[in-house]
Design a protein around this ligand. Structure first.
Ligand code: AMP
Length: 276
């Protein structure tokens, strides 16, 4: 495995390769969720590139950009046997002209869910992924369904701009308790760790309740359940997973989306009718 920090060097490396490249973008502090994406990329491609970059433009002014866990040496060691290249750029490489010189704004899906509670978040995500795909012209891009809206927005960007890469959306990796793995789980105190699995346990019950009580009442009841357990619910919505419009009926596209805080840690999760 080699580590490359310079974008031009990274692009030259990719250009020399004749066989397929799988690319896994991450913000580091790698866990089993990331490793599942990397293993799948390994199976399906001749070469695997992983980027590790905590992208400043996707964090709001009062979010955890400064405190986001950064352990690049440990990360590189963890994946050295499975990955060909780790791309580890600096801010000045990724934003050579400054952070706000160009904007990439999506107007249909990015203002809902996490985009509503984190204004500008997805503009930053789309911008960095577009940059990374120019530097790493991969055949396949591996992203997790844990960040469902992110994966959906990037799939749409690929379609809209005819980007020559195929999205491979990978299932959410969970703790045995059901808690979705996340680099932010390490912020949780011992007490919060006992409560956190209730997020997933609560949302998986939505289809049964939806059949009896419909969308609005189900959302209200599940929100109340979570708040009684100590979560501060940012949003809990049942939507059509292709349009992110409110679900009117229960069908194969119906998915529940939740973001909730436990103390200062913001957790997100989602569950579709056919995920079980
Ligand atoms: P992050 O480092 O949090 O930006 O995540 C990098 C990639 O890993 C994204 O495509 C995430 O959706 C994916 N990912 C993060 N956590 C998980 C998980 N628990 N299961 C599957 N994929 C994940």
């Amino acid at each position: 495995m080699i580590v490359i920090s310079n974008p031009n060097e990274m692009r030259d490396w990719c250009k020399q390769k004749r066989d397929s490249i799988g690319f896994v973008p991450t913000m580091g502090s790698l866990h089993e969720g990331h490793l599942a994406l990397i293993r799948q990329a390994r199976k399906e491609n001749t070469y695997v590139v992983v980027s590790i970059y905590v992208n400043p433009t996707q964090f709001g002014p009062h979010e955890d950009f400064e405190s986001y866990p950064r352990v690049p040496e440990r990360d590189c060691e963890l994946i050295s046997d499975v990955v060909d290249v780790v791309f580890l750029p600096t801010d000045s490489c990724m934003y050579p002209l400054g952070k706000n010189t160009h904007e990439l704004i999506e107007n249909k899906l990015s203002n809902k869910l996490c985009g509503a509670s984190r204004p500008g978040h997805f503009d930053g995500v789309l911008k960095i992924v577009l940059k990374l795909l120019q530097i790493i012209p991969a055949d396949k891009l591996y992203m997790g369904l844990k960040d469902f809206q992110q994966q959906l927005l990037i799939s749409r960007m690929i379609e809209e701009f005819y980007l020559p890469v195929r999205m491979i959306a990978c299932p959410t990796v969970r703790e045995p308790s059901g808690l979705a793995l996340s680099s932010r789980n390490q912020y949780l105190s011992y007490e919060e760790q006992q409560i956190a699995p209730l997020l997933y346990k609560t949302i998986v019950s939505f289809p049964e309740l939806f059949k009896i009580k419909g969308c609005d009442q189900t959302c209200r009841e599940l929100t109340t359940t979570l708040e009684k357990e100590g979560f501060q619910v940012d949003y809990l919505q049942i939507l059509d997973q292709t349009t992110l419009d409110e679900a009117e009926t229960l069908n194969e596209n119906t998915r529940i989306f939740v973001a909730a805080r436990l103390g200062s840690t913001r957790l997100i999760d989602n569950y579709g009718v056919y995920d079980a």
